[in-house]
Design a protein around this ligand. Structure first.
Ligand code: ZN
Length: 306
């Protein structure tokens, strides 16, 4: 069955014994721009795996596009204007194109709709990538708009505090640039790579670590979650580029990534706080196929759907 405004990609199997409604995940074909980087191509394969039933009970739903007004709540009006009107380069993957702009607006809007769904039904996600490096006044590192920041502001319409857990290989310096001073936003960032690193300015709300030994990785993730004990809503940037064969750190195995996803979900459920995910980084750099990258991201969807 299809719910939402597009045909062909949706999955639903009813089970009356389920204690919670099926997971709704935001995605539409507009997310995808063929021939471009993994950031705007892999979601299609993840959606196909969901549709085939490989992630359990999951609905796919098309989001509403992010509006200029929403984007101006997190970015300078000049950055938004130049994105819409100038012939420039998005995501560092090629010349301006309407499909690329539509992709960014759809996947950014998916983060806002995931928040709304999680506030109603406890959990959600969006097959969005390319978020956490985008700063107030510019795009950066495959990220044009910061959908994590938009999601945080959306959640704060209903809750008092929001946590953004960023487990992408790279740091979320863009998110810090936009929300580092926001007193209701807690940031926890576990990285294996110093790209876009940031300096915590408020130890009560900021947790940052660059991992130097894979054996300590899951312990750092636990510490990051501990730093978010006070939040009422969790936004999880579930990067797969930490995995050793996806361009990440040698010694971080697929089994560790699976454990990480379960750890995050169990933590949020134990505290009964709404939680959403974004796909974030995950690349073919280490020799993986796009299908293998998508299978890694499916681990996040499975953990949320279980
Ligand atoms: Zn990354």
């Amino acid at each position: 069955m299809t719910r939402g405004g597009f045909d062909g990609v949706a999955g639903c199997r009813h089970n009356i014994l389920m204690p919670q409604p099926p997971l709704t995940v935001y995605y539409s074909p507009a997310y995808v721009v063929e021939g471009k980087s993994e950031t705007v191509t892999k979601s299609k394969l993840v959606a196909e795996m969901i549709e085939a039933g490989n992630a359990g009970e999951v609905w796919l739903e098309a989001p509403k596009l992010a509006t200029r007004q929403e984007l101006e709540s997190i970015h300078t009006s000049e950055h938004v204007r130049s994105t819409f009107e100038d012939k420039g380069s998005f995501l560092e993957v090629g010349p301006w194109s309407q499909p690329l702009l539509d992709s960014i607006l759809a996947s950014t809007g998916g983060m806002r709709d995931a928040v709304k769904e999680a506030l109603k039904n406890g959990r959600s996600g969006s097959l969005s990538s390319g978020l956490h490096h985008a700063r107030k006044n510019s795009g950066n590192g495959f990220c044009q708009f910061n959908g994590l920041a938009l999601a945080a502001l959306e959640a704060l319409k209903k809750v008092k505090t929001v946590g953004i857990l960023d487990l992408d290989a790279h740091a979320g310096g863009g998110t810090f640039d936009i929300l580092g001073d926001h007193k209701q936003v807690y940031l926890a960032d576990v990285t294996v790579n110093s790209f876009d690193s940031w300096e915590p300015s408020d130890p009560a709300r900021h947790f940052y670590v660059e991992v130097d030994n894979p054996k300590g990785y899951l312990g750092h993730v636990e510490d990051a979650l501990h730093s978010l004990e006070r939040v009422d809503f969790l936004i999880y940037n579930a990067g797969m580029d930490t995995y050793e064969k996806a361009g990440g750190m040698k010694g971080i195995t697929k089994e560790m990534i699976r454990k990480r996803e379960k750890l995050v979900v169990h933590w949020a459920r134990a505290r009964k706080i709404p939680h959403i995910f974004a796909l974030a980084g995950g690349y073919k750099w280490g020799g993986l196929t796009l299908e293998q990258v998508a299978e890694l991201h499916l681990e996040t969807v499975k953990a949320f759907a279980a």
